[in-house]
Design a protein around this ligand. Structure first.
Ligand code: KET
Length: 411
C-alpha cells in the first residue's frame, strides 16, 4: 500500500523551543564571522591561545587504557566500582569515617547534570511534598532540572547587587522561613554565576539553620579543585556538613576539573545515617537510573579511576589543575587592571578580584550584555556572566573597552 501524502504534519502544534541560555551562546558564536569574536558564554577552559585543552594526565591515562586493550562491556547500573570509590574519597577525604562506616551511597551518573537530575527524580519519588530551595541567582539549568523532575522549588536570596556580595542575612532568613524538611541546594564552591562563596564562619551558620529546620543540604560540586586549585580546600563546605553528622546529597562533575566535559562523568553521593539506609537509597537510585539510561559510560570513569589510583598521575593532575586555576586568576587580575586603567569614571571594579572560580558576574544587564555581543562580538550569557576561562591575557584590553562602553553608554 502506498503511503498517503499528508500536507499537515502531526507535529504542526509543536512550537520552536528557545535557544538554551548557556549552550545556545556557543551556537551563536560559531555563526559569527568577525575576527574579533570572543566566546565567554559556556564555562569551558581554554588555553591562552583560546583553544580547548585536554589535560596531559588525561592523555596519559587514555594511552595506558589503549595499551591494556580494555573491553567495552556494560558497566553495572551504579557505574565503575573503582570510580565510585575514588570519587567519594576525593569529595569527603579518603579517611573520612562516613566512608569507613559504609554510610555513603555513590552512583556514577551522567556528569553533574545527570547526577542532579537523578537526585531530583529521587526527591520527587520519595518526598513528593518537599520543596527544593535554590539560590537567586543560580546556574541556569537548575530550574530546568527540577521543573522536568516535577519537584517544586523556590528561591532564597543570595546575591546583593548593592554590595556586589552575599546577602547573607537574606539567605539565612529565607532558609529559616522555608517549610521544615526542604532540600537546600548549595554550590559547594565557586558559586555559579556570582563567584561569591560564603566564608567558613557563614557556612557554619548556614549549617546551623539547615539543621534546626531539619532541611537536607544538597550540594552541587562542579568545580572541586578548580576554584582554589586545591581539591581539599574546595571540599570544605561539604565536609563541614558531613562532619556534623547530617545526611547530605552531593552531585559531582569532572567536566571542569579534569576537562572531561563531553565524557559525561560524575556522581551522585548520598551520605546516610546508617549503612542499611545507604544500601536502600542506593538500590532506589539504581532503580531510577535503569529505565532512564540503563548504565553510565565507561571511558571517563576509567580515566578518573586511573588518574586518582596512580600517585604519579594524581600529582600531575593536581599540578595541571593549579595551572588552570592560576591562568584564570591571572586573567581576572589583568581584566581588573585594564578596567581600572581605562575607566575614568571612578567606578570601583574590585568586585572582580573578590569573585572566585571560572566566572565573573559583571553586573551588566540584559541590554548591556546584548551590546557586548551585537557591537563588540563578545558572547556571554544575558545575566551579565562572563567565563574568564575563555579569556586570554591578550584580549583583556579589548574586553575592558567593550565592558566600559556597554556599562556607561547603554542603560
Ligand atoms: N553545576 C554547575 C553549577 C555548573 O555550572 C555546571 C555546568 C554543571 C553543574 C553541570 O556540568 P556537567 O557538564 O553536566 O557536569 N556549567 C557550565 C556548562 C553548562 O551550562 O552545561 C556553564 O555554566 O557554563
Amino acid at each position: 500500500m502506498m503511503a498517503l501524502a499528508v500536507d499537515v504534519s502531526r507535529f504542526e502544534g509543536v512550537p520552536m523551543a528557545p535557544p538554551d541560555p548557556i549552550l545556545g551562546v556557543s551556537e551563536a558564536f560559531k555563526a559569527d564571522k568577525n575576527d574579533l569574536k570572543l566566546n565567554l558564554g559556556v564555562g569551558a577552559y581554554r588555553t591562552e591561545e583560546l583553544q580547548p585543552y585536554v589535560l596531559n594526565v588525561v592523555k596519559k591515562a587514555e594511552n595506558l587504557m589503549l595499551e591494556k586493550g580494555e573491553n567495552k562491556e556494560y558497566l553495572p547500573i551504579e557505574g565503575l566500582a573503582a570510580f565510585n570509590k575514588a570519587t567519594a574519597e576525593l569529595l569527603l577525604g579518603a579517611d573520612n569515617p562516613v566512608i569507613k562506616q559504609g554510610l555513603v551511597a555513590t552512583l556514577q551518573a551522567l556528569s553533574g547534570t545527570g547526577s542532579l537530575r537523578l537526585a531530583a527524580a529521587f526527591i520527587q519519588r520519595y518526598f513528593p511534598e518537599a520543596k527544593v530551595l535554590i539560590s537567586s541567582p543560580t546556574w541556569g539549568n537548575h530550574k530546568n532540572i527540577f521543573n522536568d523532575a516535577r519537584v517544586p522549588w523556590s528561591e532564597y536570596r543570595y546575591y546583593d547587587p548593592k554590595t556586589v556580595g552575599l546577602d547573607f542575612e537574606g539567605m539565612i532568613a529565607d532558609i529559616e522561613a522555608a517549610p521544615e524538611g526542604s532540600f537546600v541546594l548549595l554550590h559547594g564552591c565557586a558559586h555559579n554565576p556570582t563567584g561569591i562563596d560564603p566564608t567558613p564562619e557563614q557556612w557554619e551558620k548556614i549549617a546551623d539553620v539547615i539543621q534546626e529546620k531539619k532541611h537536607t543540604p544538597f550540594f552541587d560540586v562542579a568545580y572541586q579543585g578548580f576554584a582554589s586549585g586545591s581539591l581539599d580546600e574546595d571540599a570544605f563546605s561539604v565536609r563541614l556538613f558531613v562532619k556534623r553528622g547530617m545526611e547530605v546529597f552531593v552531585a559531582q562533575s569532572y567536566s571542569k576539573n579534569l576537562g572531561l566535559y563531553a565524557e559525561r562523568v560524575g556522581a551522585i553521593n548520598v551520605v546516610c545515617s546508617s549503612p542499611e539506609v545507604a544500601d536502600r537509597v542506593k538500590s532506589q537510585l539504581k532503580r531510577l537510573a535503569r529505565p532512564m539510561y540503563s548504565n553510565p559510560p565507561i571511558h571517563g570513569a576509567k580515566i578518573v579511576a586511573n588518574v586518582v589510583g596512580d600517585p604519579t598521575m594524581f600529582g600531575e593532575w593536581k599540578q595541571e589543575m593549579e595551572q588552570m586555576a592560576g591562568r584564570i586568576k591571572n586573567v581576572r587580575q589583568k581584566l581588573y587592571d585594564s578596567l581600572s586603567a581605562k575607566d575614568k569614571s571612578g567606578k570601583d571594579w574590585s568586585f572582580i578580584l573578590r569573585q572566585i572560580g571560572m566566572f565573573s558576574y559583571t553586573g551588566l544587564n540584559k541590554a548591556q550584555s546584548d551590546n557586548m555581543t551585537d557591537k563588540w562580538h563578545v558572547y556571554m550569557t544575558k545575566d551579565g556572566r562572563i567565563s574568564l576561562a575563555g579569556l586570554s591575557l591578550a584580549k583583556c584590553d579589548y574586553l575592558a573597552d567593550a565592558i566600559i562602553d556597554s556599562f556607561h553608554n547603554v542603560n
